[in-house]
Write a protein that binds this ligand. Sequence first.
Ligand SMILES: Cc1ncc(COP(=O)(O)O)c(C=O)c1O
Length: 441
Amino acid sequence: MKFDAVEIEKFRARTPKSLELWQLTKEVVPTGHAGGMGAFVPHPIVLERGAGSRVWDVDGNEYLDLRLGDWVLIHGHSHPAIADAVDAQMRRLVQVGAPEWDLGYRFSKLLVDRTPSLDKVRLFASGTDANLAAIRLARGFTGRTKIAKARGSYHGTADMLIVGNSILRAPDDLVPLGVSPHAIDEVVQFPFNDPDGFEAAIIAAKDDIAVVLIEPVMTAMAMVEARVEFLQRVREVTSRYGIVLLFDEVVTYPLAYGGAQAHYGVTPDLTTFGKAIGGGLPVSAVGGRADIMDLLEADAHGGVAPMSIMSTFGGNSAVAAAGIAALEALTPEAHARLTALGDRARAGIDELGRRYAVDLHATGVGHLIGLHWAPDRVVDFETRLKDDREKVLNINLVLCNEGIYQTFTGLFLTSTAITDSDVDFFLDTLDKALHTLGYVG
Ligand SMILES: Cc1ncc(COP(=O)(O)O)c(C=O)c1O
């Protein structure tokens, strides 16, 4: 992909110290990011401080943050209640390899009380952990092995989660280097937002499928929201064939009070959580129907649990304290604000597309915003492949040069720390970017 010559020079001139420190880090850390997140520009911006809706890089540039620590910081940076809760807990009790009173209970209860499908919940450390645990539960419950997931989905980095078509690699690279070739044999892929295509893919392997794993909004693929009829059919077909329906709400949970499942009115059997629920610290969770979750409960099975899944850091006390503070601040009013800001941004993007009669348009729902330059509205893997990624990259480069921090892939999130005027700043800058790059007359 080619960068706009003027904008890339501007980027380099603004961020020399980022380049220097990134190169230093790369001497000991492949990619230069300890977590391995990719950079889509010649070098990443190296950040050193955040407060509320803003972050600052090592060159002293200030940015409006629409990336939120890779979709984690739903309340922005350094939220006082979260910081105080962690600080107090660090001085009291951080980690115990035993039940502790009362953070694990309160955190789990908050998830159970507000999420329609949850009777019980268990805590883990990452989204990948949570999805693997949920799949193991589904396999134990059904006695079947295969998992079904949407083409283009991202559910974590484990072998069976990462095989198949992905927007993050070449479309035909089904088994990335280092992944067991057997992993693909355990996976059935289905088309997103296509009820008949979904049903046909499931019926073809119905006796082998333990679980349908689905994100109600395909976030990494570009914030592509499910149509409600699609999710309803997914629920109906999985129930019909005794397949566990697992919603991956690792990213989507802040979409509404009770998560995407509350927004869509579709109730899965199991749900996984991560990212925002920890208030910035690493935690994830699996929750769902008591009869499935109780495979982990000895008392429900005459003293010996059929399954055991352990996590050293699941239920870490400092993390639970942060999570409680984050969830308590996610009131129904906070969700309504996140959505109103998201609606305003999406409507603004669509309006620019219409005003200039170009292929620019928005996807997403709630706090999730996708920006696309594609001939047809993006609704699935195939339409997403037609996105003009070079245009989207260069638009994001201009946004960055003008003070908006994001992933460079056209994906943005609102947080409770941003305001209407921040959204206006985003839209005005986008308008300016279209002219700067000569994409509109
Ligand atoms: C929808 C979804 N599920 C699961 C994961 C995996 O989470 P983690 O990186 O914490 O393992 C991600 C990560 O981006 C994700 O976007």
